[in-house]
Structures are given as C-alpha cells and as structure tokens.
Design a protein around this ligand. Structure first.
Ligand SMILES: Cc1cc2nc3c(=O)[nH]c(=O)nc-3n(C[C@H](O)[C@H](O)[C@H](O)COP(=O)(O)OP(=O)(O)OC[C@H]3O[C@@H](n4cnc5c(N)ncnc54)[C@H](O)[C@@H]3O)c2cc1C
Length: 573
C-alpha cells in the first residue's frame, strides 16, 4: 500500500508561521519533523514537487524515475574535458528528486556515514561542534538498524541504534549465483590488499563489505525522509506541508532580516508567507544558489546580473564539490544463454536491484580513505544494459563495446570514486525565472592531482586480474570503444588518463555551494542576514568519505537541535 503522505496544507497569501523551511529533501524533511515536535511552533514546509510515486517507495524499482516529473532533470555544462563519452559529450544528467523526500526519494539508498576524520577535519577548519564525537549521536538518532546480529555484537552494537526513523538493512539477494559471485569478488579484493570488513559504518571503514541500504527488510520500503520523518508527523496540527510550492525569493527587510518567502504555485499564483522566527533554506546544493542570488545574496556580479539589490556579498554557488565516479569493466566466467529460463533474472522488488560490494581504500592519505570502490556482478540477463543506458547515459559505441563481451562472459563492474577531489565547480544563475535552469559547471579534473589519483586507483584495481579467481576465468580488462584514446598504448598512463576523461562522471553527490565558512557560520546562519539559515548538503565544507545522504540527514538532525537550543534556551536536548 502507498504510505499516507502528509496532506497538502491550506495556506493563504499573508499567512505567518514560526519557521518556513524551503525544500522537503534529505535535510528539510528532518528539520520539519524535529522542529514541529515543539507543539507551540507553527512550521511550514514548502516543496516544489508533490508526493512520491510507488516507483520511489519500492526499492526494486530504483532507476525508473530518472528524467520523469519527479526529477529536476538538470544537465551539466560541457567543459570539453571530462565526461566526454556521455550521449551528448560532457553533458551529464544531474538527477535530483523533486518530491517529498527530495533526493532521498530517488537515490540509490546506500547508507554510508563516512569517516570520523571527515568531521574532525571540519572541526579543525574552525567549525566547532562538527567533530566526530559531536555528530555521532545524530547519526545514531537517525538510524533504525535492522541487522540483529550486529546490534547484539559487543564490538559493532555500540555503533548502531534500533530506534531511529530510517530503516537500515544489509544487502541481500535471492539469487544464489549472485551471492556466490560477490563472495568470490570480495576474496579477490582481499588478495589485492583490500580486506574484508563487516560494517563500514562500524569500527573500521577501510576494506570491502556488503552494502547497507536505507530501506526496510521485506516487505522492502524505501526509508526516504518523506517516509521516515514526514509520514509519522502527518497528524501534527502545527506542521503545514505545502506541495507544488516553488520558493522564488526570500523576503528580506531593509535591516537585512529575513521575514518570509515569496512562493509561486503550479498555476503561477504568487503568495507571500511570513516567518516570525526563521526562514531555513534546504533546497539542495544545485537549487539554493538560484533562490539566494534572486534574494540578493551572492557575489555582487551574480546578484547584479539578475537586476536585484545586493543584500550580502557572499560566494554563493561557487566551491561546488562532487564525488567523481569512474567504471572499469572486467570479463568474468564464460557463460552462454542456452536455456532461456536460466537467464531470467532472479530478483525481488524487496531489495536493491543491483547487489554490490562497497569498498574503501587509500592511495595517498591513510587517515581516511581517498577512494571508494563498488563491485557489481552481471550475468547476461542482468541490469547491465539499462544501467549503462539510463543511469549512466553513455553513448551507443561505449555501451556496445561493454555489452559485446557480455554475450559470452559474465561482467564485473568495479567503480572508482574519488572521495576528496581538489577540483571545484560552480552553479551559474542567469535568471530568477522558475522555468530557466541555472548552468552547472562541474569542474571535474580541473586540478591535475585528481586525475593522477584516479589513474593510480585504476592501477590498484587492475591488480584484480592477477588474483586467483580472475586468473582462473582468464579475466580481461574490457577495452571500451574510445577512439580518441586509441593512439595511446593500451593501459599506459596516458591511455588511462584519456579513459578517465571520457568515462568519468557524477555519482550525484553535489555539495558545498553554500559552505560553512564561506556562506554560513558553524550554526548554519547566513553571513550578513539575520534569521536566515541554510541546512542541507550545500553547507558541507568538504565532502565526506562516502555517499552523502546520511551526512545530510545528520546535518538536518544537528541543525534542529542548534535551533531548539537557541530558541528554547536549552543546554542539552
Ligand atoms: C540519483 C541519485 C542517487 C544517489 N544515491 C545515493 C546513495 O545511494 N546514497 C547516498 O547516501 N546518497 C545518494 N545520493 C545523494 C543524496 O541523495 C543527496 O546528497 C541528498 O539527498 C541531498 O540532500 P539535500 O537535502 O541537500 O537536497 P535534496 O534531498 O535534493 O532536497 C532538496 C529539496 O528541495 C526542493 N526544492 C528545490 N528548490 C526548491 C524551491 N525553489 N522551492 C521549493 N522547493 C524546492 C526539491 O524538490 C527537493 O525536494 C544520490 C543522489 C541522486 C540524485
């Protein structure tokens, strides 16, 4: 059954609330739920989209919402240098959820907290209160861990909580062949020095393990923030959820105090809504810059371009950071499709449809991992083609050159993710009009050190071909059809760099466009404007060592307590 989503609020022009939150995503929905725990606070949550459809709720339907009405469907600018093997060179689809739950309603559900050093480094940068020991309680508060053996385990148990809102399970599959192959691949990783660990959210992140996902045990239901934070709060009389409500501008008075939000509804009606206490912007790293710059908060050049008056001169939209994702492909065991029945995928909608191992290792910096690596196994009947096509958006020649060896062989895809890129991108806003998208320059590999690190990462992974099982099946690194790289010796450094520039692309972790220290302070208040905060992935000073959804929910949890402490004058919550 579809969940009972919160009802749409009846709101009139001029209405006022205590808090207005813009964006019901990974952070915004957490804030709305936590702030409305204070019954005397009236909380309005504005969301540009509506309720999530069943394709969002059912884990096995992952991937079917890309380019739909539930996706902002942005594309990056072609920089002529990276992601050149996309269908349109350089133009990478930047999927973002447009519905309750935001990107937590469309993402791949991997549950990865990152490394304690990520947060300790934020504290060392001067952001007091963001060190690991301060943020760890919020990770616990978020989690409803459903892996009983680990909960009971004296070593792993203390790293988990069974009572939070977001259900977390360990990967499972009903296909014994897939389970067996993932075991073999994990052993092969061990042979190249990437050890087996049980739980990367536990005592040790370095190593390879099964993946943990934010969905429930069967019957599998995605634990988006809509499902886990908003549904349980839907009966609260002080929580108002306004759907299909696009925030066009923050209303700021002449003393630089945020007073409310100007909203455009689907039928283009405009409403002015007011906040007695605060406006909180949680529209995500790609959308916040447009809203802030249209409200006069940005560099003076960017604000002037929109013909608005400057309120606070801040580098909004700069400093865009993203994890760079690169696939490598290896042939596995020989196999052929003689029996059609054997070829039918053995899968269930209860689980994530593409089981994968998740590994973390380092090339340079051993305080925390610098590379994340995922390993997927595909037989002929599997999801390889749709994944290359719909999710990864490669051109036909590239896809064909990977699918061809798959006719006679299983394929192992091993991705390499650059966790701490030095390259930076930018969101460029040309218009405040709801229907004019900003431009997104990702800046991948603009710092050569990033290219070198990924290249060394591939070399480490190439070691797999020398391991027992891969040798036994005579595994080969698949030569992808990249004519521009052909004049380099296959697998030489220049060849690998060319390969990276063509195949590398996003894994949808854009962050830091309103980072702490640049646009907001450590309590996430916007510099130069009173009663205005930004709370979402855009405030991360640097990226974490892993997928960004849980860190963003943690930011929502921590910000809720910062706000409660401030207004309720509490010392501890
Ligand atoms: C395809 C995909 C796969 C991913 N896979 C994973 C994964 O497996 N694991 C993981 O940890 N992370 C994953 N991520 C990343 C993770 O989901 C994001 O980092 C996280 O959701 C960001 O949260 P946020 O609160 O910053 O923004 P969002 O969750 O995107 O929320 C922003 C919300 O604001 C709304 N909004 C925007 N502009 C306006 C406006 N002007 N007015 C009103 N509302 C507005 C949006 O509709 C949206 O609901 C993935 C992301 C994508 C897109």
């Amino acid at each position: 059954h579809p969940p009972e989503w919160p009802r749409n609020a009846y709101v009139r022009d001029g209405d006022s609330f205590d808090f207005i939150i813009v964006g019901a995503g990974s952070a915004g929905a957490v804030l709305a739920s936590r702030l409305s725990e204070v019954r005397e606070w009236r909380v309005l949550l504005l969301e540009a989209g509506g309720d999530p459809p069943m394709e969002s709720v059912v884990p096995g339907l992952l991937g079917s919402l890309v380019h739909s009405e539930f996706d902002w469907d942005y594309y990056s600018l072609d920089d002529g240098y990276s992601a050149q093997a996309q269908r349109t060179p350089g133009r990478v689809p930047l999927t973002r959820g447009k519905m309750l739950g935001g990107s937590s309603s469309i993402n791949a559900m991997l549950y990865v907290r990152g490394n304690p050093e990520d947060y300790n480094s934020w504290a060392r940068m001067g952001f007091e209160g963001w060190d690991w020991s301060s943020v760890f309680p919020y990770f616990l508060k978020n989690e409803q861990f459903q892996v009983d053996e680990l909960l009971k385990d004296p070593v792993h148990g203390p790293y988990h909580n069974a009572d939070g809102p977001v259900k977390v399970t360990v990967q499972d599959t009903i296909d014994p062949n897939v389970a067996n192959k993932l075991e073999i691949i994990a052993d092969s990783f061990q042979e190249i020095g990437i050890n087996r660990v049980i739980d990367y959210n536990g005592p040790e992140q370095f190593g390879v393990s099964y993946s943990y996902f934010s969905h429930s045990k069967p019957p599998g239901v995605r634990s988006s923030t809509a499902q886990s934070y908003l549904v349980p709060a839907r009966e609260r009389e002080n929580l108002y959820v306004l759907k299909y409500a696009y925030a066009t501008k923050i209303i700021i008075d002449e003393s630089n105090v945020a007073r409310g939000v100007e909203v455009q509804l689907q039928d283009y009606t405009k409403l002015n809504l007011y906040a007695h206490k605060e406006v909180i912007v949680s529209a995500g790293s790609l959308n916040n810059p447009k809203l802030l710059i249209a409200s006069g908060i940005g560099t003076h050049e960017d604000v002037e371009r929109l013909n608005v008056e400057l309120v606070s001169d801040l580098p909004v939209g700069y400093n865009l950071q993203d994890h760079f994702w690169l696939p490598t492909f290896f042939t596995g065991a020989h196999s052929s499709l003689l029996n059609v029945n054997d070829s039918l995928p053995k899968t269930t909608l209860d689980y994530y449809p593409e089981p994968r191992l998740n590994g973390f290792f380092s090339i340079q910096n051993f305080d925390r991992p610098d590379i994340q690596s995922e390993a997927f196994y595909f037989n002929q009947s599997s999801a390889l083609l749709p994944m290359l096509n719909a999710s990864l958006n490669y051109n036909d020649e590239v896809i064909q050159s990977i699918i061809n060896p798959n006719a006679d062989n299983e394929i192992v895809l091993v991705s390499i993710i650059l966790l701490h890129p030095k390259s930076r991108g930018r969101v460029i806003v040309h218009s405040a009009d709801k229907d004019v998208d900003p431009e997104f320059y990702l800046g991948y590999l603009s710092n050569r050190e990033d290219l070198v690190l990924v290249r060394e990462g591939i070399k480490r992974i190439l070691g797999l071909t020398q391991t027992k099982y891969f040798k036994h099946v005579d595994s080969k690194f698949v030569k992808v059809d990249l004519p521009e790289c052909d004049h380099y010796e296959f697998l030489s450094d220049p060849y690998l760099e060319c390969y990276i520039r063509y195949l590398g692309r996003t894994v949808w972790h854009q962050a830091s466009t309103c980072a702490m220290g640049r646009v907001v302070d450590k309590d996430l208040r916007v510099f130069g404007v009173a009663r205005l905060r930004v709370v979402d992935a855009s405030v991360m000073p640097t990226l974490t060592s892993g997928n960004t959804n849980v860190p963003t929910m943690m930011i929502g949890e921590k910000a809720s307590d910062i706000i409660k402490k401030y207004y309720l004058k509490l010392h501890d919550i």
